[in-house]
Ligand binder design. Structure first.
Ligand code: PD2
Ligand code: ZN
Length: 305
């Protein structure tokens, strides 16, 4: 349960009936989005905290009562069972007025593509060729097989989902990291202190990163430990440090979007809640020929310590 109930007094006054539960299940099975079901309940007079709890509990129980093994892709009903959580502030470039370039503190960056849902912005000329090469050179001696977060513990493990090599720099570990971090902060209007250290990934031919969300799943037991260091992730910037010969783009399957990896360019996306309605499912497509190097910056809600 991620949604917090701030008004337990009022919640006690409204009783969730079996009829309401049946109605919730029917809406989910008819393909209604959870936020629309929630809005309908509020219009009908249900208080927000009662409605959220009824929605989450009902769908969780409903799914648990179904004996069939879980399908590989989440169904509409499964998506409806994800906690409905409130929106939070997110990093955002200054794009009102539809500028073609943005000043990022020390460099002019091109705006190549913007999309509202999912919130995605592709930037050109974010880094110079020399900066890309220097970052790869600094990372190379420290590369190891990439790990992914283990939800149960909050730790990490080697996993077939991610077949790249990787390493992390500490925030402001060297002058180059510091410069890039300040540039990111200026470009997307988010404090440097809220950023995790830069991660470098190296993909060989065939290597990929299967579609995933960058936010931490609030329903998993290990997440509380992770959130203690600055809260949820709310934004990502993937910076391309070279141009593979073929493949290796960043995909957003819910939007049918494929961002081609070009040295010095970067793709930004934000997610105002840890929920699939942000449509920020994304992956690193398999490298077909050549190799791929990227740097990833994840931004948290608060100071990352
Ligand atoms: O390398 C990528 O394109 C990629 C794709 C999806 C990187 C990440 N996610 C990530 O670092 O989170
Ligand atoms: Zn990712």
């Amino acid at each position: 349960m991620a949604a917090s109930t701030s008004n337990g007094q009022q919640a006690a006054q409204q009783v969730v009936t079996p009829q309401l539960r049946q109605w919730i299940i029917a809406q989910a099975e008819a393909g209604c989005r959870p936020e629309d079901v929630l809005a309908a309940m509020q219009t009908a007079g249900w208080k927000e905290d009662v409605a959220i709890r009824a929605l989450e509990d009902t769908m969780a129980q409903h799914l648990a009562s179904q004996s069939a093994p879980a399908p590989a892709q989440p169904t509409q009903a499964a998506r409806a069972a994800e906690p409905v959580v409130q929106a939070t502030a997110v990093p955002e470039p200054a794009l009102s007025g539809e500028p073609t370039v943005l000043w990022a503190g020390d460099r002019q960056v091109q705006v190549l593509l913007t999309c509202k849902l999912p919130r995605v912005v592709v930037f050109g000329n974010f880094m110079s060729d020399e900066e890309c090469d220097q970052l790869v050179a600094l990372a190379t001696p420290r590369m190891a097989r990439s790990e992914t977060v283990v939800n149960l513990t909050g730790g990490s493990e080697v996993n077939d989902v991610r077949t790249s090599d990787g390493m992390f720099f500490q925030r402001a570990e060297n002058e180059l990291c510091e410069r890039i971090e300040r540039r990111i902060a200026a470009l997307v209007n988010w404090p440097v202190e809220n950023g995790e250290g830069l991660q470098i990934l190296h993909y060989r031919p065939g290597a990929q990163y299967e579609p995933h969300y960058d936010y931490f799943d609030p329903s998993h037991p290990g997440t509380a430990t992770i959130l203690a260091r600055g809260g949820q992730r709310v934004g990502t910037l993937v910076m391309y440090l070279n141009t593979p010969e073929a493949g290796g783009g960043t995909t957003f399957p819910d939007a049918g979007l494929y961002v081609a990896p070009r040295k010095g360019n970067a793709v930004f996306f934000s997610y105002d809640r840890p929920h699939s309605t942000t449509r920020t499912l994304h992956g690193g497509a398999p490298v077909i020929a050549g190799e791929k190097w990227v740097a990833t910056k994840w931004m948290r809600q608060g100071e990352f310590i």
